[in-house]
Design a protein around this ligand. Structure first.
Ligand code: ADP
Ligand code: MG
Length: 700
């Protein structure tokens, strides 16, 4: 909500030196013991300014006292009463019951667990302030477990609302409040934003906003504060998003200033690869490769994300990028998060590149020691031009002769350090990241502000769309009939067991049970099993047997989620679809419909369904386009959940919410560009204040 500007306050404060400067002797954190510091660290508080930015979750009103008879029900209220009677009752269970009263009326206090000290505070005749929710109980108006304070002479009422902060075990609200109040009074809260910007977006001053949030006046609008729609929150939302954008754009600029090998296409290997392919690239694949090709020829490292739905054909685009690096005499590395996926890439690379005289090395944990040593030697000598593998690729023993390009598939499954480790195998190699999780454009503009993005928004021709069916679990036998029919017709099927987040063990057990059950149901079919707890080698064997058609039916946990390519599989059954994320369902469904045969995906669900589950199943039923599914999923769940905790950048935002604050996000993005162009000292000042957080947004 807009609020009147107090520009004089802002102007007088913007001209001073950088923000958050503290003289060491006045540091709050340095004045307290290590145990408290450790607890604060758990809350992400590492400096005095972090204390300032540790904002309340909600407030309680201790600024005035309600007469008992007139206090509203169902909200936190404070009353001041004298204890008339205290007794321990044993029915229905042991509890402390007090009758308390002020001049207006009487009420009860009940404590279900209590210490002698509390009993003492509530001894007959004591005057106490109670803070709690009043409700109508069995005995009459009552408070259960209120906060109790003994009233001594001359204890004044609070002048501002009392903040309730997120905290951690062993760190009380009172202690945290004191530390924060001290930090507030000692830190420099001057504004980091120039007046024009503050005016343009009608922002409040930083100092005023932060003071307001920590110590709101008694008449502050609580619902606006708690839903973060208040002007004071809006200012901090802006600041946080601006810091995020500044940090990401700076990072982007920093990488552009590094020198990378220029790898322009020579039209040799790339052309040969294109000519040898059994298919023509789609328009979208062409566009994406052109963008990548242009990046590779530049003298600074490429940082590009290639986004495309499952089955959109990202792998060949990556192979072309590798070929372009190779035709310049450089090596390429391709890294995937699972051995199954990495091995598939290895097969594809070999299929495409070996006929052109390229040696492709396979580096994974399961490769026997001797073979592995040989591969490593070839990579180090440069006689293997491409290395494909899992996490094993960035281990210490792996040395590249001349790494020019690093390709990372399913980039969000790797941590920042892991990607950095691969990156460090070369001198500023170009980086291509791939993701099959389509991120709607609105999100990607800001979330990927530190990357360039290419999108493959078109599937290769000749795919028959997968038919999706929603089937209640009780009709399992009909589904089993369909599996029988598909396999009898020479097709293959997947049976995917539910993701049980609470327990990996339980998930494993379900997969084992299902395998036993389906093996018994189909005595004449070959039923295989893959799950996350199997050794990589066993998994690869099962997958290979399925791919070779030796297995008719494959029971799997969600390990098959990414990248598995078996064109003869035309049926997929997914159990407990209502529990799975939409992008995951979509990815799973993308495993069928890879050949010419009509394929189907049967989503089994258990009733009753929540409204949310219904809405989500409807989305997956009605849509086949991953971007559209992502868009609707985002609208349904909001970006925090949509991106998940692993997509760190967004999850790190503490104050802003990129969906709710979409407008502010756009403003912050525009402002960040402007500041970096013409007022970089201002950008420095703002980043300095928010730096501790801002660095975590980066994706390397
Ligand atoms: P994803 O983007 O999910 O990684 P893949 O790269 O695995 O997709 O491609 C899926 C399948 O489509 C592969 O079998 C691949 O060879 C094939 N393919 C890729 N591009 C084309 C195209 N332009 N025309 C026909 N088939 C293609
Ligand atoms: Mg893929």
């Amino acid at each position: 909500m807009p609020r009147p500007l107090q520009s004089s306050a802002i102007m007088s404060k913007t001209s001073k030196s950088p923000a958050s400067v503290l003289s060491p002797e006045s540091s709050v954190l340095e004045s307290i013991g290590k145990p408290t510091c450790d607890k604060l660290a758990k809350l992400g508080i590492h400096s005095d300014f972090d204390l300032v930015l540790h904002l309340p979750l909600r407030y309680v009103d201790e600024t005035h006292i309600f007469p008992v008879a007139h206090a509203p029900y169902g909200q936190m209220v404070q009353v001041e009463v004298t204890v008339a009677k205290t007794e321990i009752r044993f029915r229905p269970r042991r509890q402390l019951v007090c009758v308390v009263a002020d001049s207006s009326g009487e009420m009860f206090v009940r404590l279900l667990h209590f210490y002698p000290s509390q009993q003492k505070m509530l001894s007959e005749g004591a005057r106490v302030r109670l803070l709690g929710e009043l409700r109508m109980g069995f005995l009459g108006p009552e408070m259960v477990h209120p906060q109790i304070r003994v009233v001594r002479e001359g204890v004044p009422l609070k002048e501002t609302l009392t903040p309730v902060y997120p905290t951690t075990a062993g760190l009380g609200q009172e202690q945290l409040r004191k530390l924060i109040a001290r930090a507030l009074s000692q830190c420099d809260l001057q504004d980091t934003l120039p007046t024009e910007l503050v005016r343009e977006y009608q922002l409040a001053a930083f100092a005023e906003s932060i003071q307001y949030l920590h110590q709101p006046p008694p008449d502050a609008p609580l619902s606006e504060l708690e839903s973060r729609q208040h002007w004071a929150w809006q200012r901090l939302v802006f600041d946080e998003l601006l810091a995020q954008q500044l940090s990401m754009r700076r990072h982007y600029a920093r990488r552009r200033s590094l020198v990378a090998p220029s790898l322009p296409t020579t039209q040799t290997l790339t052309s040969a690869l294109l000519a040898a392919l059994p298919f023509a690239l789609t328009g979208a694949q062409h566009r994406a490769f052109e963008e990548i090709s242009r990046d590779l020829s530049a003298r600074h490292p490429m940082q590009r994300l290639l986004q495309g739905d499952v089955g959109s054909g990202k792998t060949i685009v990556a192979a072309l990028a590798c070929a372009q690096a190779l035709e310049n005499g450089y090596q390429a590395a391709v890294m995937a998060p699972t051995e199954i996926l990495a091995e598939q890439h290895f097969r594809k690379m070999q299929e495409w590149l070996s006929p052109l005289g390229i040696t492709v090395a396979w580096i994974a944990a399961s490769v026997p020691k001797r073979a592995r040593e040989m591969m490593l030697e070839q990579v180090a000598a440069g006689t293997a031009q491409v290395a494909v593998g899992t996490h094993a690729l960035f281990q210490d023993q792996v040395n590249f002769a001349r790494l020019g390009l690093a390709v990372v598939d399913e980039q969000h499954r790797f941590g920042v350090e892991q990607r950095l480790a691969l990156h460090n195998k070369g001198v500023n190699p170009h980086q291509l990241m791939m993701s099959a999780t389509p991120i709607p454009r609105t999100l990607s503009m800001s979330y990927y502000a530190d990357l360039d993005v290419s999108v493959i928004d078109e599937l290769p021709p000749g795919r028959t769309p997968v038919v999706t069916r929603l089937v209640e679990e009780t009709r399992r036998e009909e589904v089993e009939e369909r599996v029988r029919a598909a396999c009898a017709g020479g097709r293959q099927a997947y049976w995917v067991c539910p993701l049980i987040e609470e327990s990996e063990k339980l998930q494993l057990q379900t997969a084992l049970d299902t395998h036993v059950h389906l093996s018994a149901t189909f005595p004449d079919l070959q039923v295989g099993l893959v799950h996350g707890r199997m050794k990589a080698k066993e998994k690869a064997e099962a997958m290979a047997a399925f791919k070779a058609g030796e297995l008719n039916l494959l029971v799997a946990t969600t390990v098959i989620e990414v990248g598995v390519d078996v064109p003869n599989a035309s049926l997929m059954v997914i159990e407990h679809a209502e529990r799975m994320g939409l992008s995951q369902l979509h990815q799973l469904r993308g495993r069928v419909g890879r050949g010419a045969a009509q394929s189907a995906c049967i989503l089994l669900f258990a009733t009753p369904l929540s409204e949310m589950a219904k809405a989500r199943l409807k989305i997956i039923y009605e849509n086949t386009d991953g971007f559209e599914i992502a868009r609707q999923d985002l609208a349904l769940r909001g970006p925090g959940e949509f991106l998940g905790a692993r997509q760190s950048g967004v999850a790190m935002l503490k104050i802003a919410d990129i969906e709710r604050d979409q407008t502010v996000l756009d403003q912050a993005r525009v402002s960040a560009e402007q500041l970096l162009r013409s007022q970089s000292a201002v950008a420095d000042r703002h980043l300095e204040r928010w730096m501790a957080r801002a660095e975590q947004y980066l994706k390397v």
